[in-house]
Design a protein around this ligand. Structure first.
Ligand SMILES: [Fe+2]
Ligand SMILES: [Fe+2]
Length: 354
């Protein structure tokens, strides 16, 4: 077992590996365990007045002999490969289901296991779900993305491992009923008319009917499929459930679903979207998403953008150094030696990620 060593942040060097997740005074994650340090992270830790951290002994410079091949690069390649493979497999499941072959649901267990096996690769997951996707493949990528995001939220909310696995399955299958909706409606690029929208809304019930007789299907997964469009304020469908009448899994998948839909709807602006989406979710979705689930999501996902480089609307480049919990879409950024609090400065915005 690799030993953990306490080390002063001032003595930290890039490539050391964090051995224990570092939390802020408010309990928010600053850096996850197993993250490889770089200068950005070290600077951020200093900015936050963190003094002592734990690193793995094997990552100290004199112990780092065996590192000709960068393992991280290899992991990333594998991650993307398995992401694409899962998406392709889920595509065949949905195609089989549209043709009436319900036995295909069995194949989803393999996909769930493959997604679940990556449960600790937070950064890769977040990178994948925010990448540009092909519009016509939307439903397949969306299902895998919601599965991964729901899994992360389950982890961040400290659910039990068995529940996290079920949540992964629930996220994967949440829109399975769409296979019973006409492709003309599913792929319509314009806004749906009233009848089409009413038809589209039936996908949650169709999905529920589709899985209800499948052997071994957990009740929590079935409920999530049926209730993932219920809204905290009672404005959702099919039942108009309110607050905690909506099962927890459905409230979690509701947040993951909203985030993925918001990022995917703006492919041409995707690079600029994380902070826009955080802002929209925080301001626009209070009321219809469970505030506790939403906050757990925004609090944790936003920290992955600390240290990222952005271009401001006045043309200057900046680095995100602090996430403001009151306004996740408006972080504090560092420009040269100056710090700009985007929540206070009204005439400058974040234009894009670099
Ligand atoms: Fe849905
Ligand atoms: Fe969805």
């Amino acid at each position: 077992m690799d030993r953990k060593i306490s080390i002063n942040v001032n003595a930290c060097l890039p490539e050391m590996i964090i051995a224990e997740t570092i939390y802020s005074d408010y309990g928010a994650v600053i850096v996850w365990e197993k993250t490889e340090l770089n200068q950005n992270i070290i600077n951020r830790l200093k900015d936050l007045d963190i003094e002592i951290i734990q690193v793995y002994e094997s990552s100290l410079p004199h112990n780092r002999k065996r590192k000709e091949v960068k393992p991280q690069k290899k992991e990333e390649a594998n991650f993307t490969e398995s992401y694409e493979k899962n998406t392709d497999e889920f595509k065949t499941v949905l195609q089989d289901l549209s043709a009436g072959k319900t036995s295909s649901i069995e194949k989803t267990h393999k996909i769930v296991e493959s997604v679940y096996a990556r449960k600790d690769q937070h950064r890769e997951i977040i990178d994948c779900v925010t990448q540009i996707r092909k519009i016509d493949e939307y439903t397949y990528y969306h299902s895998i993305n919601v599965s991964m995001l729901s899994m992360l939220i389950g982890k961040w909310m400290k659910l039990m491992p068995d529940d996290i696995r079920l949540l992964t399955q629930a996220g994967l299958l949440h829109d399975v009923g769409k296979c019973r909706i006409s492709p003309a409606i599913i792929n319509k690029p314009d806004k749906l008319d009233e009848d089409e929208y009413e038809e589209m809304k039936k996908h949650s019930e169709y999905g529920y009917y589709l899985v209800q007789y499948i052997e071994g299907m957990d009740r929590k997964v079935m409920e999530t499929i049926l209730y993932h469009h219920e809204r905290y304020d009672g404005s959702g469908y099919p039942m108009g459930l309110v607050g905690e009448q909506i099962p927890l899994f459905a409230r979690i998948v509701g947040v993951a679903d909203t985030f993925d839909a918001m990022t995917a709807n703006r492919p041409y602006r995707l690079k600029s979207s994380p902070f826009n989406v955080f802002e929209l979710m925080q301001n626009g979705c209070f009321g219809y998403l469970d505030p506790i689930v939403l906050n757990a999501f925004l609090l944790n996902i936003s920290y992955y953008y600390i240290g990222s480089k952005v271009r401001l609307s006045d043309g200057r480049n900046a680095e995100v150094v602090y996430i403001n919990r009151q306004q996740y879409g408006k972080p504090v950024v560092k420009v040269g030696e100056d710090y700009l609090d985007m929540s206070v400065i009204k005439n400058i915005t974040i234009m894009e990620m670099l």
